[in-house]
Design a protein around this ligand. Structure first.
Ligand code: NDP
Length: 449
């Protein structure tokens, strides 16, 4: 961490003191502050109005007990969270993650990042995030329903269509959103757009399912185009095989790429002929089982245990779409050594600071998560708009708006990077462009939180 600006250094020191056991949160804050050095020099008013100190402290953090009964009649207790990080630009907005690795630190890092990401979309959305250390893996459908109902029974008093609008994330898909929506409706006696990622029958938006993966490819395509390159004919690897990865694969192939490797938490598959996405969808979306099953269905494909090995597969473009810190320094060095010239993050903070530094130093085109994966929340924003207007746009209409938003995000990042002295550094560009809009809104609203 290189913070030469004394104000930023002091802010960071205080954040470290206040949140000593929250490494993911400190990592995310550190990265943003590092990008803001020229910004505070040009805008001393942000220091005077305490904008940065306020931005690194969530407006509200809610932690609660979630008790539920499993299929054996035994009471289980999990921990639920919601961070309402920043409401300067609109209602808090951000997904819910159900995964055993969820802690206060993870939720705060995600909520902090979300604030800047939502700002980049240009839509009216503040930043929030939530979830639980509940592990949906291996649970029956009835257990999932009981957990979701218990979780939302507490959370419902803190959210609302104009207050805080959660969505899905790891472990929370259409099924979980459905159970939570149903219970919210029952408790509040209202049918509103309180959650996004809803089914089409209940006010969902077309393209929401595909949005993060498609948006990632629209952003990457624009970044490649500006550098005189393209997806067409490129060899691509994608980590994960969940919602983001599947639709990133679909769009990358539609743009002319060959995706040769995908992974899950057990290992990765290599299929030099190009991954058969229908088989992946069947394994991960329908059967919800391990990716190794792929080799039983596709002759010639190979499975390797351990998910980190995927970064040693030779490729032109890498799209990390699984989880945080999955690309470390070694992985980044292997990618660069094998000729990879573009990396765009579908997951949140999948690259460690060391990996990011190596990509930037090596001249790799690097699309950071808060810009490159903003398509999901952008389409959630479009779902909120459709809910407010009580109408439904067609797939083509939503897809066209998504594409326009992602192209604009690329331009905002490139322009801010250029303007503040970091040409070609989209990490700095995304942080600066995202920050400026939130900072101006906070300044304009006076001291609120
Ligand atoms: P899913 O739960 O649908 O999929 C996650 C995938 O990642 C699964 O295939 C899972 O494997 C795999 N995985 C988990 N841990 C590892 C690991 N250590 N190594 C390799 N693979 C792993 O989640 P999403 O696709 O929705 O989310 C993925 C990432 O994208 C997250 O960082 C999320 O925050 C981010 N994101 C998601 C958005 C969305 O709209 N869904 C929006 C913006 C960001 P397994 O099947 O074995 O569990």
């Amino acid at each position: 961490m290189k913070l030469s600006n004394s104000h930023l250094a002091k802010v960071y020191e205080k954040v470290c003191k206040r949140n000593p056991h929250e490494p993911e949160f400190l990592q995310a804050v550190g990265e943003v502050l590092e990008s803001l050095q020229t910004v505070v020099e040009r805008h001393p008013e942000y220091v005077d109005t305490g904008i940065i100190e306020r931005m690194v402290e969530p407006e509200r953090f809610i932690q609660f007990r979630v008790s539920w009964v499993d299929d054996n009649g035994k009471v289980q207790v999990n921990r639920g969270f919601r961070v309402q990080f920043n409401s300067a630009l609109g209602p808090y907005k951000g997904g819910l993650r159900f995964h055993p690795s969820v802690t206060a630190s993870v939720i705060k890092f995600l909520g902090f990042e979300q604030t800047f990401k939502n700002s980049l979309t240009g839509l009216s959305m503040g930043g929030g995030k939530g979830g639980s250390d509940f592990n949906p893996k291996g649970k029956s459908d009835r257990e999932i329903m009981r957990f979701c109902q218990s979780f939302i029974t507490e959370l419902c008093r803190h959210i609302g269509a104009d207050t805080d609008v959660p969505a899905g994330d790891i472990g929370v898909g259409a099924r979980e959103i459905g159970y939570m929506f149903g219970q919210y409706k029952r408790l509040n006696n209202e049918f509103t757009g309180v959650l996004t990622g809803k089914s089409m029958e209940c006010g969902g938006s077309l393209v929401r399912k595909e949005a993060t993966g498609y948006g990632l490819c629209y952003f990457t395509d624009e970044m490649l185009r500006a550098a005189g390159r393209s997806f067409n004919g490129a060899r691509v690897i994608i980590s994960g095989s969940g919602n983001v990865s599947i639709y990133a694969c679909e769009k990358a192939v539609a743009l002319g790429a060959t995706v040769v490797a995908m992974s899950d938490s057990t290992g990765y598959i290599l299929d030099s002929n190009g991954i058969n996405l229908e088989v992946i969808k069947q394994i991960k979306e329908v059967e919800r089982t391990d990716i190794s099953e792929y080799t039983k269905l596709v002759p010639g494909a190979k499975f390797y245990e351990g998910s980190t090995g995927i970064w040693k597969v030779k490729c032109d473009i890498a799209l990390p779409c699984a989880t945080q810190n999955e690309v470390d320094g070694n992985a980044a060095r292997a990618l660069v050594a094998n000729g990879c010239y573009a990396v765009a993050e579908g997951a949140n903070m999948p690259s460690t600071p060391e990996a990011v530094e190596h990509f930037l130093e090596s001249g790799v085109l690097f699309g950071p998560a808060k810009a490159a994966n903003a398509g999901g929340v952008a389409t959630s924003g479009l779902e909120m708009i459709q809910n407010s207007m009580r109408l439904t746009w067609t797939f083509e209409e939503v897809d066209a708006k998504l594409k326009e938003i992602m192209v604009n995000i690329y331009k905002k990042c490139a322009n801010a990077a250029e303007e503040y002295g970091h040409p070609g550094n989209f990490v700095a560009g995304a942080n600066i462009a995202g920050f400026l809009k939130v900072a101006e809104a906070m300044k304009w609203q006076g001291l609120t939180h």
